[in-house]
Design a protein around this ligand. Sequence first.
Ligand code: 5AD
Ligand code: SF4
Length: 480
Amino acid sequence: MDVLLEKIDLSQPAPTEEPMRQYYFIKKAKEYVKKAEEAAGRPLTACITTFGCQMNARDSEKLAGILEQIGYQETEDEEHADFVIFNTCTVRENANMRVYGRLGQLNHAKKQNPHMMIALCGCMMQEPEVVEKLKKSYRFVDLIFGTHNIYKFAELIATRFESERMVIDIWKDTDKIVEDLPTERKYSFKSGVNIMFGCNNFCSYCIVPYVRGRERSRDPKDIIREIEKLVADGVVEVMLLGQNVNSYGKTLEHPISFAQLLTEIEKIEGLERIRFMTSHPKDLSDELIEVMKHSKKICRHLHLPVQSGSSRILQKMNRRYTKESYLELVRKIKEAIPDISLTTDIIVGFPGETEEDFEETMDVVRKVRYDSAFTFIYSKRTGTPAAIMEDQVPEEIVKERFDRLLAEVQKISAEVCAIHSGTVQKVLVESVNAHDPSLVTGRLSNNILVHFPGNEELIGTLVDVRLNECKGFYYIGEAI
Ligand code: 5AD
Ligand code: SF4
């Protein structure tokens, strides 16, 4: 990177081609940061906070890569950082409220630190009402951009250094995918890898298609190249990321299926584990089940959001499967891969949900017996079809159903977790245990957490562990 930056001549205009244009702005921003550092008489620090899903977590690694390149030192001390960025989520209303709350606190911190810059990006910024509100009531924010142009981060920072005003750059959509920008990974041994962006499903409750744009798949060659580089750099586990990975590749110039992509990734030497999310049940193919069944590297875990067990509600949600077809899919998966762990997302209180509909959801939970389930109270998102549906369910009823569902999910999940007791399985060690430094913490192929005696030298390695004691949703074990 340094060699590349050295060749760039800032007295020339910025190149128009990407990623060269961004390298130019990285160099430029670096000079601004250096000047600010001299003025402050100390190194400048940056703090990134990520809300929402794995996609956002991966985007934040890209933001961190750029901040590091231009000379900021990473810190977790938000209040005293010189650059604070919130990578936001807007899937439910409370995610937005948290951002406004945190921003209010930052206003005070900014008054104490003249070097402080505040940036906001991510899904919430794709909502025009949000940007209006920020422009009106949060004037102290320096930089606002959305989900389609995070690759322009360096350019936007340079622009902010050159002007005294709030910089706002939001795109409605894009067909552009810019490759080969710096990233700063959170873990040395595992990494998310975007395989596609956007979503075309338009589930009636969901804001994602509006904030992440239309579906675009990355070229398989670029994906393989990225994973090969990661493996050369010490990564043993990748998580392939997309809103709907099962429809990967359909719109490429030379279409390929997700199952075919997995087969190619499996061949990468040195890569030990492959995970992916999220799968939409309507697109999960027999071909994928077959590939998973025979794979040595694809983890025994499928996240298969059901959202509701009622076919009537599923239709109103525009999910394009029924309770019966979902259960049939689960049956097929379990038959082919008996040791698979299934997890799900469930929404309680979708408009028009009756007690009978809710009982159908409970029935699916009892029949599938999920390893774990993320349960959500329905949140009305302006602009989605469900927001204007009649029969919004009263809050007390939703809350009561939610509690019943959670109790059932937790009971089953403890029972399902316990079936591995006494077995020996491979654990990818992730960290030293935060509460007890004599233990390390890692994950099984099926994603269950395991703690066992060990030291930090084991981080990033696969260890055979006997699962001695199930503690509900995790295990205490010992290396053998
Ligand atoms: N209200 C509640 N939960 C939602 N999800 C998506 N949109 C909403 C909403 N409006 C949940 C879904 C999805 C998960 C990421 O968030 O269950 O799978
Ligand atoms: Fe992820 Fe959706 Fe939240 Fe965006 S809105 S961060 S895509 S969960």
